[in-house]
Structures are given as structure tokens and as C-alpha cells.
Design a protein around this ligand. Structure first.
Ligand code: HEM
Length: 528
């Protein structure tokens, strides 16, 4: 039975939050018709809140310690983000507070899976992921009328964000639309295979040590061909369209500055710092180039008369020209770097695990063959391929985890955490812990297969591995990138034996996102 106090605590808006969350939830089996169960869940949360310790008693560094720590000679100076987070975990435990500075919010860090479940299950229909503020500040300041309070793309929040996702989800996230990007994706990928043959050493068969640049170009081209509906030619590095390199370079600048402006303490709100100016310039260029391509697409389909649209961009333009432009920008901004990080992880894992590579090759050659085009039909049943990709994302995840602003008062790890608190959910930092993943440091794609013999390796908590996030705010490019990764890996192993004959310790460094920092001198031997 609920206490009367707990009942009073349970606000109607919280119930709505839970109800809508249940409808949208994807990662756990929360059904809309389980409202009774959910309301008892919220009631239990309200009771917990009463017994919890006050927010102020959560441990963590003081403002002074933070400022001092990040200054030259300080404990945190120049430290990668994940190392800083780990160091604080050693000092303060599995939950701690990082005080906000220079107008930024205080951030709560938690390593506790039970907290993640509470945050996600109560996030409601319009979850807020902090960190994008600098993007929407830029968008609101832009003077060409592309953006306004009601149209900030996926960088926005609340009902504006909800309307935007409602418009783009059917085009980007419905499995039946995969057919729209399978051909452009494999065309780019075949170019990549040719590029490998061009650049590898004729006798050692190794590619140059800056191969990451080629992977980045592949990732860029794979996203751009969908976002802009045009081959930009950067993978083969021949006949590239004039602004391709410019777009690529500006995306790199954008990503480098986002961490400095969005996450690290920054004074850009008070004065336009050099980093902010670079960020602003890169945003201007990316937006202008996308706008131009969307206009071209519009003219093309206007000339063709009425049809449903033959590509993602055409379908988006048919909904609304502004939405199409903004979504193209957002796909490029949010899609390119994550894809190249994970592609390098996948290649590294497969190159250093020859038996797994052999098993994968058998699956691909049986299902698809050596030269056949990839199709929806022949890609239907590739469990080992998918398991290899998941396992690579577990070993080398993209970032530390996820972020949310709490949608209601919650008791997290025994503390009262008020609605509106920014929380870092550091789930990806748990992916190498034995208690969640036995043989955690080994590449074991088998743990993701639905076979009984590997039961001891199986994942036991659905909140520990969420590479594409959770719920209505989860990655809008998930379907696109899954296909890209599958085609990339399958195409490589059916063409080459891949080896990596160098040390792989500390292969990735964390610049907010994980980036491969070792020379990727893969050896690509043609298969007979
Ligand atoms: C392997 C590569 C990728 C990974 C691991 C990844 C992961 C993620 C994650 C964890 C989020 C946050 C989700 C949440 O808050 O719950 C996200 C958001 C997003 N991703 Fe991806 N992503 C990848 C590739 C892509 C690609 C290729 C695109 C575009 C084509 C894309 C577009 C986006 C967008 C637009 C958002 C923001 C969604 C929103 O806030 O509504 N991502 N991604």
C-alpha cells in the first residue's frame, strides 16, 4: 500500500510522463497498457524520494577545486574527458556532482544502472539531452530565417523537437525505407574497396598509417550521399564536387569545438572566444552548403512532377523545405564522426580476431556471395555480422554514455535529485566490467547470438548497453548507420583477409568522442 504522503507526491503530470514514455519506449518492454503498473512505479519513486538524502549532500569537487584542477598544473588540466570522470569516480564514488561554472549547469554523474532505468522510464515524450545549447543559440542568432523558436531541428527541445522528430522519423527510421539508402550506400562502399586497392603498398599490402582519414571520408560520404542525395566523390578522391572538402573540413572544426563549448567550462556566452568564432564559421558553411543542395533537389523534383520521392532527401523536401535543410545539417553534424569512430573500431576488432573473421566471412559468402549486390533480401539473416558490430561497439564505444535532464523529482543512488537536473549516465564506462560482461576484455560476438551455449556471456541488464541511446530521443540515424556498418564490414571481409600486426593498447583516445589514435596500417590481402 502507498503511504498517503507518497500519494500526494505523485503528481498527475508525472503519470502522464510515465504513460507517454511507455508508448514510445523502445529499449525495454514497457507497454502502454501497463499504466497501472507504471503508476505504482511512480508511486514507489515518490516514496523513495521521501526517504532519500538531500541533493546538497551528494559528494563532488567544489567550484574552486574545479577551476584550480583545470588550470595549468592542476589535477585535471589537459585530461581526456573519460579519465577525468574516472578519476572523480575514484575520489567521490559512483555518484557525484560537478558544479557548473561560467553560466553552465551543475552536472550529476552516475554509474548506477538503477538510476539510468529511473531516468529513462520517466523521461516523458520530449526527453531533454543537454549539451546542444550552443547549437540552438547559434541557430536563433542566424538571420536568414531558416531557424526560429519553433524550428531548431533535433538540437531543440520540447514540443518543437517533438514535431520535428514526428516529421522526420517516418522517413529515417522506418525499416521499409532502408531500401532508399541501400544502393547509394553500397556504391560508396565499392569505391572504398577500390580506394584500398589503390593506396595499399604493392608488396606489404598495408595501407598508409593515416588510414583513419580514409575511414573518415567513407563515413562522411556515406552520410552525405543520403543527407544531400549526391555523391561528393571524396572516397576515391577523384572528381570530388567543389565544396566536398570544404564541407568535410568544417564538420571536423564543428566537432572539435562542440566539446569545448558545450561540455567544458567556457566563457563564450560572455565574449566570443576564438573557439566560438571557429564554431560559428563552420556552422555557417555547413548550413549554406546544405541549403544549396536542398534547393537543387527541390528543382529536380519539381521538374519531375508528382511522385513519392525516390530518396531520403526528396521525401524530406516533400514534407517541408526547411525541415529537409535542417535535417541534412543535423545528419552531417551528428552522424559523420560517430560513424568513423565505430567503423575504425569494427575494423580493428575484426582484423585482430582472425577466427571470428573467418566465421563472419563464411556467413557473408553463404548469404550474399562474392560479387552479388547487397539487397534487403540477402541481408535479412546475418546474425554473426550484427553480433560483430555490437561487440565492437561494446569494446570501443563512441562516448562515455548519454545525458538527460531529469523530467521529475527522482531518488538516484539514495539522493534527492530534483526535476531539471543535468545527469551524465556513464553506461559505456561499465562495458568492460566483468559483472556485466563476462570475459569483458575479449572480442566475443557470440554473446549477442540467440544460442543457448553462450548463455553465461549474455547481457543481463537492458540499461547497460544502449549504443544508440534510449526512447523517443534515441539516434535518428540508427537504421542508416547500421546498414552502413553492415555493408562496410561485409564488403571488406568478402574481398579481403584483413590483418593488423601492431600493438592495440590504448587504441582510442577520448576527445569527448572516442577517436582511434594508433596508425591503422591494416594489411588487406585479396581473397582467392
Ligand atoms: C555508429 C554510429 C552512431 C552512433 C553510435 C550514434 C549514437 C547516438 C546516440 C547515443 C545518440 C543520443 C541518443 C539519446 O539521447 O538517447 C544519438 C543521437 C543522434 N544521432 Fe546518432 N549515432 C551514430 C550515427 C548517426 C548517424 C549516421 C546519423 C545521421 C544519419 C545520426 C544522427 C543522430 C541525430 C540527428 C541525433 C540526435 C537525435 C535527437 O536528439 O533527437 N547518428 N546518436
Amino acid at each position: 500500500m502507498l503511504s498517503s504522503l507518497a500519494r500526494r507526491q505523485l503528481r498527475r503530470s508525472d503519470l502522464n510522463t510515465i504513460w507517454t514514455c511507455a508508448k514510445y519506449s523502445t529499449a525495454v518492454n514497457v507497454k502502454a497498457d501497463t499504466i497501472a503498473l507504471e503508476s505504482s512505479y511512480t508511486s514507489a519513486l515518490a516514496e523513495e524520494w521521501q526517504a532519500a538524502k538531500p541533493f546538497k549532500s551528494i559528494p563532488g569537487p567544489t567550484k574552486f577545486q574545479m577551476v584550480r584542477g583545470f588550470m595549468k598544473g592542476g589535477d585535471f588540466h589537459g585530461m581526456p574527458f573519460d579519465t577525468f570522470i574516472k578519476l572523480c569516480r575514484q575520489r567521490y564514488g559512483d555518484i557525484y556532482l560537478l558544479p557548473g561554472m561560467f553560466g553552465q549547469s551543475t552536472n550529476l554523474i552516475t554509474f548506477n544502472l538503477e538510476d539510468y532505468e529511473k531516468i529513462f522510464r520517466t523521461e516523458g515524450p520530449y526527453p531533454v539531452r543537454p549539451g546542444n545549447e550552443v547549437i540552438f543559440e547559434y541557430r536563433l542568432a542566424r538571420k536568414d530565417g531558416l531557424y526560429d523558436e519553433g524550428n531548431l531541428g533535433v538540437a531543440g527541445n520540447g514540443t518543437q523537437w517533438g514535431k520535428f522528430r514526428h516529421a522526420v522519423n517516418p522517413v529515417l527510421m522506418q525499416p521499409r525505407n532502408t531500401v532508399l539508402y541501400i544502393d547509394p550506400t553500397q556504391k560508396v562502399n565499392n569505391d572504398f574497396i577500390e580506394r584500398i586497392r589503390e593506396i595499399r603498398h604493392p608488396t606489404t599490402l598495408e595501407v598508409p598509417e593515416d588510414f583513419l582519414r580514409e575511414i573518415k571520408r567513407l563515413a562522411f560520404e556515406s552520410v552525405a550521399v543520403i543527407a544531400l542525395d549526391k555523391e561528393l566523390g571524396l572516397v576515391r578522391n577523384k572528381n570530388a564536387v567543389p565544396e566536398a572538402q570544404e564541407l568535410f573540413n568544417n564538420l571536423q572544426t564543428f566537432n572539435a569545438s562542440l566539446y569545448d563549448l558545450g561540455i567544458k567550462p567556457s566563457i563564450h556566452r560572455y565574449i566570443k572566444t576564438p573557439t566560438y568564432k571557429k564554431f560559428e564559421k563552420s556552422m555557417d558553411t555547413i548550413t549554406d552548403i546544405c541549403r544549396k543542395h536542398v534547393e537543387e533537389t527541390l528543382q529536380r523534383i519539381e521538374g519531375r512532377g508528382a511522385d513519392d520521392g525516390k530518396s531520403v532527401l526528396e521525401k524530406l523536401v516533400k514534407i517541408d523545405r526547411k525541415i529537409a535543410t535542417i535535417m541534412a545539417v543535423d545528419m552531417l553534424m551528428f552522424g559523420v564522426d560517430p560513424t568513423s569512430s565505430i567503423m575504425s573500431a569494427v575494423l580493428l576488432c575484426i582484423a585482430t580476431n582472425p577466427e571470428k573473421q573467418e566465421r563472419l566471412r563464411k556467413e557473408i559468402l553463404t548469404a550474399i556471395g562474392r560479387n552479388d549486390a547487397f539487397s534487403m533480401e540477402n541481408m535479412k539473416n546475418l546474425p554473426y555480422l550484427r553480433a560483430c558490430i555490437k561487440e565492437s561497439m561494446r569494446l570501443y564505444p563512441l562516448i562515455f554514455g548519454n545525458m538527460r535532464t531529469t523530467a521529475m523529482d527522482l531518488c538516484l543512488s539514495g539522493y534527492q535529485v530534483p526535476k531539471g537536473t543535468h545527469v551524465f549516465l556513464t553506461s559505456n564506462m561499465l562495458l568492460k566490467e566483468e559483472r556485466y560482461f563476462p570475459q569483458a576484455n575479449e572480442f566475443m560476438p557470440e554473446r549477442w547470438l540467440r544460442t543457448k551455449d553462450m548463455d553465461n556471456l549474455k547481457i543481463t541488464n537492458p540499461f547497460v548497453f544502449l549504443p544508440f541511446g534510449f526512447g523517443p530521443r534515441s539516434c535518428v540515424g540508427k537504421r542508416i548507420v547500421e546498414l552502413q556498418l553492415e555493408i562496410t564490414l561485409a564488403n571488406i571481409v568478402r574481398n579481403f583477409k584483413v590483418e593488423y600486426n601492431y600493438p592495440t593498447e590504448n587504441a582510442f583516445k577520448n576527445y569527448f568522442m572516442n577517436t582511434c589514435v594508433i596508425p591503422l596500417k591494416f594489411k588487406f590481402t585479396d581473397l582467392k
